[in-house]
Design a protein around this ligand. Sequence first.
Ligand SMILES: [Zn+2]
Ligand SMILES: [Zn+2]
Length: 243
Amino acid sequence: MGRIRKLFDKYFCSPPRCIFCGDEKCTADFPVCKSCYENYKARSSEGCADCGAAPIDCNCVSVRHCAQYYRLFNYEHRSVCLMIIKLKRKINRFAFRFFASRLVAMIEAKTLGTLSFDCVTFVPRDIKGRRLHGFDQGEELAKCIGKLLGVPAVSFLLNNGQGGEQKRLSRNFRGIAAMARFEVNGKKLVGGKIPYKKVLLVDDIVTTGASMGECARILKDHGVKLVIGASVAHTPVRGRAVF
Ligand SMILES: [Zn+2]
Ligand SMILES: [Zn+2]
């Protein structure tokens, strides 16, 4: 019965369970239970390592080649880590939709609704990661955000897996490795260019910003005028974080 229930929830999803604890029933519009939402609010207001402000009020994290970079969390607290791990391992469309709507709300709040995008793209996983989990969390996030913004989500970037495993590399080598790893997806170009001017580039976690920065550089090299970066979480680093 448990398995059937799970399958039912998965495919028909009415009503879904809390995306964090999986226990209480919630609504599809807001798939988070009361106590998890309290935890969510506490975690999303946790201060940046540099200025101490909550991510929504902090402007001291930047990513190269991105005009702005926004994130929902500083990736420090255990419950944030668990949340992200969940997002990485299993596809839960309610979870992706929830984080997507939170990110869109944050970008709108920070830009006072003055910024519009022509499309959404993402920092891609390599084939190994995609095979292991069966999906690309950046892509799922991009698709959900695209739907919310009413713009296409396009995979303009490819990850060839070269340059070694990112998490095993020191900060200094990540930039160099990222240059070897990412390339433009030629199939999506129109006349050798990306046919959009303002692009939102998303990822689940930004660590040093090397991957996102390199992806933004590639987008700009192919005709994009403005790249805004956004992620669910950011790993704080000591000192002023300019990548
Ligand atoms: Zn819950
Ligand atoms: Zn800050």
